[in-house]
Design a protein around this ligand. Structure first.
Ligand SMILES: NC(=O)C1=CN([C@@H]2O[C@H](COP(=O)(O)OP(=O)(O)OC[C@H]3O[C@@H](n4cnc5c(N)ncnc54)[C@H](OP(=O)(O)O)[C@@H]3O)[C@@H](O)[C@H]2O)C=CC1
Ligand SMILES: O=C(O)[C@@H]1CCC=N1
Length: 267
């Protein structure tokens, strides 16, 4: 047993969502978490907000943690791991949340036969509503997969996928909150343009999204059937849907998932 259960390398937005969700759900106490970040301001903020220990030295995080969570940008992860060369032991577990970075690449740079799990969370983990997928590296056991599920289940829905599908997951649920927020912003803007106050438009748009998502999650019916139930012949919804089809919303969202998947493959 090390001094800390979880050690985050990088304490940015996604690390914060995980730290907050894990502490809030009781899966880890603030005393069991340490995080490093290159930016002092970020370290101070995270330390103050969550009561965890933060430091600037990535090596110290590795030396003191059972599970090391790589939460830096994909563009810097190679350099960070090179600097950590020789710091890992075979018994440690490495979780990487970096988009587009394969477990094989991480295993190769670390150099010891270490258990690596690639995890793609999303920011709603902050409010324990994450959509989280993971895949196992060459040396990671199915038991470790179960541990990952046990750890992350309280902060969202967790699914295991083959590693080749992790880029699609990144393009769909990893990036997805941004697409949904764009849609939400646009709905609010439409409401305001037609006379609603900012607050009422926002409250109604958010509840429409939450309510519809809940309906879809709890219903056995096809999504299209649920859509049909809203759409009266010659009614308002049919007019709205026509405009959305004309504007290419459906194809646009599909293209977004495809483009983000391709970008993840490039990283
Ligand atoms: N944001 C999201 O919704 C999601 C992100 N991810 C993945 O999570 C990872 C982190 O993303 P995100 O949290 O958005 O990014 P952020 O930029 O918010 O967080 C990364 C943090 O790491 C710091 N950092 C940079 N270099 C180092 C270093 N050498 N050592 C220690 N810390 C360093 C950054 O500091 P500075 O800003 O000064 O560079 C920053 O504070 C990425 O790999 C991303 O692909 C996965 C799922 C969803
Ligand atoms: O935009 C990105 O690259 C990261 C990965 C998924 C969400 N944010």
């Amino acid at each position: 047993m090390s001094e800390y259960k979880l050690g985050f390398i990088g304490a940015g937005s996604m690390a914060e969502a995980l730290i907050s969700g894990l502490i809030d759900s009781g899966k880890a106490s603030s005393k069991q978490i340490i995080a490093s970040d290159i930016t002092e301001e970020r370290r101070e903020l995270i330390e103050m907000e969550y009561g965890i220990k933060t430091i600037s030295d990535n090596q110290e995080v590795v030396a003191k943690s059972d599970y090391v969570i790589l939460a830096v940008k994909p563009q810097v992860i190679g350099g960070v791991l090179e600097e950590l060369n020789g710091s890992f032991t075979k018994d440690q577990k490495v979780f990487s949340i970096a988009a587009g970075v394969s477990t094989a690449k991480i295993e190769e740079i670390i150099g010891v036969n270490i258990s690596v799990v690639r995890i793609m969370p999303n920011t709603p983990a902050l409010v324990k509503e994450g959509a989280i997928a993971y895949s196992l590296g060459s040396y990671a056991s199915q038991e470790l997969g179960e541990e990952v599920e046990e750890l992350l289940n309280p902060i969202g829905t967790v699914v295991q996928v083959k590693e080749k599908l992790m880029d699609v997951v990144t393009g769909l649920s990893g990036s997805g909150p941004a697409y949904v927020l764009l849609v939400l912003e646009a709905l609010v803007a439409g409401g305001i343009k037609m006379g609603l106050s900012q607050k009422k438009a926002k409250d109604l748009a958010i509840q429409t999204l939450i309510g519809t998502a809940k309906l879809a999650a709890e219903s056995d019916q096809h999504l299209a059937a649920l859509k049909d139930q809203v759409t009266s012949p010659a009614g308002t919804t049919a007019e709205g849907l026509y405009k959305l089809e004309e504007a290419g919303l459906r194809a646009g969202l599909m293209e977004a998932v495809i483009a983000a998947t391709e970008r993840s493959k490039e990283l």
